[in-house]
Write a protein that binds this ligand. Structure first.
Ligand code: GUN
Length: 296
């Protein structure tokens, strides 16, 4: 069997087209969805994600408010910026790029974002609502993965899903979503202290690799016919590439693709979906703020 390639890039383009149409109809009502992006420091991976978010905003006709600050910015300065953004009616979504420098208390920062503008879904109110199955902003990477699985008609109800990684951004929220209605999967979460990862993975109908470590999922750990979602984005040195590096996921793609039923590539899989769901949440936030029905 050779796996079907689940292209996040293609699905993201389709969704962005629909979002673009929604943005232009909002413009007829004088509403332009606005996203504030806050970045501290110049970590190359974070800078590249943030530039991608800002570029996509503009491509869709939205406004992007860019706040690229020094890594030495204090907790008080950052809290003051968050409070300005909360008060700005042109800002419908606030994204603070993680991780933040060591001296910043990230939880305090996230808790000060107005939940109505929490398009990342990281505020405790958003997380609580998500856990209870109430309507809220869903965190963008898990949301994008759900959209990809839905588009590929992967059966989730009763499926054995094994997630590798328990981060607050991906593993934990995805587990909480997949176990709930309407998905109804049976979910196992593996992490760095799991005794025998392979034993769990071999039972999985669906594998979600979100460990942030290359070669976490190798071919002998995968049941033939499983669906494999690779969330990893790892930079490895490649002197043949003008950038000096290339991106690989957490999964041994070439070997696993020979036995899986479906697999996401890296790049071009989950990554473009994350950015697209951020735009989706920001347009949704603008619609809610102005009492306009969100058509998607
Ligand atoms: N860092 C890695 N992924 C994310 C994300 O989805 N949102 C934010 N704010 N920071 C991140």
């Amino acid at each position: 069997m050779t796996a079907a390639v689940l292209s996040g890039k293609t699905l993201a383009q389709e969704l962005r087209q629909s979002l673009k149409e929604t943005v232009s109809s909002l413009a007829q009502n004088g509403v332009v969805p606005g996203l504030a992006v806050v970045l501290l420091g110049d970590d190359p991976a974070s800078s590249s994600y943030v530039l991608g978010k800002e570029r996509t905003c503009r491509e869709l006709g939205m406004r992007s408010f860019d706040h690229h600050l020094s890594a030495a910015t204090s907790q008080a300065e950052l809290l003051s910026l968050i409070s300005q953004l909360n008060a700005n009616p042109d800002v419908h979504g606030i994204l603070v790029q993680l991780p933040l420098p060591q001296h910043i208390n990230a939880q305090e920062i996230l808790q000060n974002i107005n939940p109505d503008k929490d398009v990342d879904g990281f505020h405790p109110v958003s997380v609580g609502k998500m856990v209870l199955g109430e309507e809220t902003f869903l965190p963008c990477t898990p949301f994008g993965i759900l959209k990809l699985l839905e588009k590929a008609h992967v059966t989730l109800s009763g499926a054995e899903v094994v997630i590798v990684g328990r981060s607050n951004i991906v593993g934990k929220p995805l587990a909480l979503l997949l176990m709930q209605q309407p998905y109804n999967a049976t979910v196992t979460v593996c992490h760095t202290k799991t005794k025998d990862l392979a034993v769990h993975l071999r039972r999985a109908d669906i594998i979600i690799a979100a460990a942030g470590r290359p070669h976490t999922v190798t071919a002998e750990m995968v049941k033939p016919g499983a669906c494999v979602i690779d969330v990893g984005v790892n930079r490895i040195e490649d002197l043949t590439n003008p950038k000096g590096f290339r991106l690989i996921g957490d999964v041994d793609y070439d070997e696993v693709a020979l036995l899986a039923s479906a697999i996401t590539p890296v790049p071009g899989g989950v990554g473009p979906m994350t950015i697209t769901m951020l735009m989706y949440n920001t347009v949704l936030s603008a619609c809610r703020r102005h009492g306009i029905a969100f058509p998607l």
